[in-house]
Design a protein around this ligand. Sequence first.
Ligand code: 9MR
Length: 364
Amino acid sequence: MNRLQKISFASKIVFSMSLVCLSCAKYKSTSIDPGILIQPQKTEEISLQKNMPFPMGAAVNVSLLKSNTNYRNLVIKEFNSLTAENAMKFASVHPSKDTYTWSDADYLVDFAVANGKRVHGHTLNWYKSLPDWVNNFQGTTAEWENLLKTHIQTVVGHFKGKVVSWDVVNEAINDDGTIRNSIWVQKLGVDYIGRAFQYAHEADPNALLFYNDYGHEFGPTKRTAILNLVTGLKNKGIPIDGIGIQMHTRVTQTDANLTAAISTAAATGLKIHISEIDMALNPDNVQSMTYTTTLGEQQAGKYKTIVQAYNAIPKSQQFGITQWNVTDADSWIPSNYSRPDWPLPFDAQYQRKAAYQGILDGVK
Ligand code: 9MR
């Protein structure tokens, strides 16, 4: 070995020793404080769709999906099930008697197919978001029946094989447990509900069909009425597969009510979809309210309670949990109630909130 070779050999030894030392240092600091070196890497890998043992969904606003890259990327990363927040509603897809407009709904479905996401359809029949031509429709009972059937079968037929499940009838029960006197009940009587399911089933026998409503967690009055309706349908042989528990709830709701909403619905044996979850922090409309760490922790605790109760029902009944839109910036609540609020697990900057961790903690 000449002098040059010796120097090169020596420097190689020094270099390898320093590598060993570096990994020693890394190893040592890892064992002292795992939070510093390990956690950031793990956080990167976490997503709701990867970490939760059942499908995790979001209601999606199609214009945001098209125009906002952060929104789109968050949807791609976090969720494996999508619902159209508005794009499949009657007024959106069927604005006049002989016109169907599919473009936004098709965009969402194509996006879902391209990214390997399930699509849940919302909603075939509701008393809201009807176009004027339906609200003003003058027709015999048979013509109303034809309107109902044609709409359901055209929409279900259009998405056959791509939309795996539908909210067939939405919000048919009042908060006091009586049947809502909707335009459909006025024109066709309450038995139209069962026929709506039959029409949807005829159009796509493979689609899972849900009755979707809010207020299961309000207390026994509304939830008993909902459960009586769905078990009545099931006992009559109507093709109903599941219950959508919307769960537009608030941080002040009791754990007992939240848990009972889920366990009583599951006792029917039907599939359960928590279909529109969000959690108001400002239900009393306080205009000056701000988001605090304490409020965030309370919200996390309630999300955890809901997820724990859901995780406890039989696997075969867990259709999934869908949040109603993606971040606090996109939620319907602040604009609908003209107040500041923070109902979702992501903040207005698209960052994870404490509620996100609450959801993960619900399945630990
Ligand atoms: O979030 C939706 C909002 O953008 C619409 O203006 C509104 C009327 O179509 O519907 C909202 O979504 C509702 C859902 O379709 C049914 N359950 C209650 C939801 C919140 O109002």
